[in-house]
Design a protein around this ligand. Structure first.
Ligand code: UDP
Ligand code: MG
Length: 321
């Protein structure tokens, strides 16, 4: 059943959560007064990204006293970006805000986002972190490298340091969800659509409870998805490496032939070893780069969804198989 059949609301707040049993009660406590004070018809769409802790229980409990809370449960962990996409595809609001559950993004800002969007007729309002002192040094350095790389690759990633805390109009949400891309990185996709946008700055707080759900492996995934999503530069790099390799091989070939001709053929173990390892390494790197793109083409060709919904508290949607 489509969102429209279930009636629209003025605002949807999409919250991806994965194993957030500790922080959710605090989050609900802080979010609710903000939304109630807006005096609009709203829904809070929590996407439970296959949590394995008590998150589902905590959410069900919260729903008893907060009818605007809607829970969409994914069957397995699909990842932060896919969870947000699941929320966007189901949101019924004219305006949609995406926010993390760990209170690093202060919910109070939602009121300002809504006001700014209305006053200036904006389709997108980015919340930009002007202060990341509460993030670890490692996180700040890698984030800086990330935005820098994206800029070099020519991606319009919107305001630097804008994460996934943002407001989007219905038109924006529809444009985003219409994209067939499987590995959508929203912070790159949304700015590329070119809707009128504004910026609000905020101070990033510390995580209120629990631990980060973004280990290094997920950060690498996001970086690879981002790069392959915006650029073919790595493929070109592979081509250039191939050129350079071929050139070096040519020089070595001449060297070897000349050596053979004048009878100097015995020494050379070290150089042979180095060339073999270097060429092997570069070849594997290039294969890996190719693999990333081919793999993406392949998964898109299969047409499988990036997440499976187990249950939607609004529609009672059940597993499809
Ligand atoms: N999250 C998710 N699925 C995942 C990983 C994270 O839905 O696979 C949620 C998480 O519960 C949180 C948000 O995404 O609400 C951001 O994650 P986190 O705060 O752990 O990331 P960090 O702030 O450390 O980058
Ligand atoms: Mg966080």
């Amino acid at each position: 059943m489509t969102a429209a059949q279930h009636g629209a609301s003025a605002l949807t707040v999409v919250v991806p959560v994965f194993d957030e049993q500790d922080v959710l009660p605090l989050f609900v406590q802080r979010l609710r007064p903000v939304l109630d004070a807006l005096e609009v018809d709203y829904e809070v769409l929590v996407v439970d990204d296959g949590s394995t802790d008590a998150t589902p229980v905590v959410l069900q409990r919260a729903r008893h006293t907060w009818p605007q809370l809607r829970i969409v449960r994914l069957r397995a962990n699909a990842g932060h970006q896919a969870a947000i996409s699941a929320g966007l595809e189901r949101a019924r609001g004219e305006l949609v805000v995406t926010i993390d559950a760990d209170l690093q993004d202060p919910p109070e800002l939602i009121a300002d986002m809504v006001r700014l969007a209305r006053e200036e007729a904006l389709d997108v309002v980015y919340a930009v972190r002007d202060d990341r002192r509460t993030d670890t040094r490692f996180k700040r350095v890698t984030a800086h490298g990330y935005y820098d790389t994206m800029r070099r690759l020519g991606a319009d990633h919107g305001p630097t340091q804008a994460g996934d805390y943002r407001l989007m109009s219905r038109a924006t949400v529809e444009a985003v969800t219409a994209l067939p891309e499987h590995h959508r990185v929203l912070r790159l996709v949304v700015p590329s659509l070119g809707f009128p946008s504004g910026v609000l700055t905020y101070r990033r707080d510390e995580r209120a409870a629990g631990t980060s759900k973004y280990p290094l492996s997920r950060m690498v995934r996001l970086a690879v998805d981002s790069i392959t999503g915006v650029s073919l530069a790595p493929l070109r790099l592979a081509t250039w490496l191939g050129f350079v390799g071929a050139l070096v091989a040519l020089v070595l070939l001449v060297y070897a032939l000349v050596g053979y001709a004048v009878g100097l053929t015995v020494p050379g173990w070290t150089s042979t070893f180095m060339v073999v390892t270097a060429v092997g390494g570069v070849q594997l790197l290039c294969l890996g780069i190719l693999g990333e793109y081919v793999g993406r083409t392949y998964t898109m060709q299969l047409g499988r969804p990036t997440y499976y919904v187990a249950h939607d508290s609004l529609t009672g949607e059940e597993p499809r198989d």
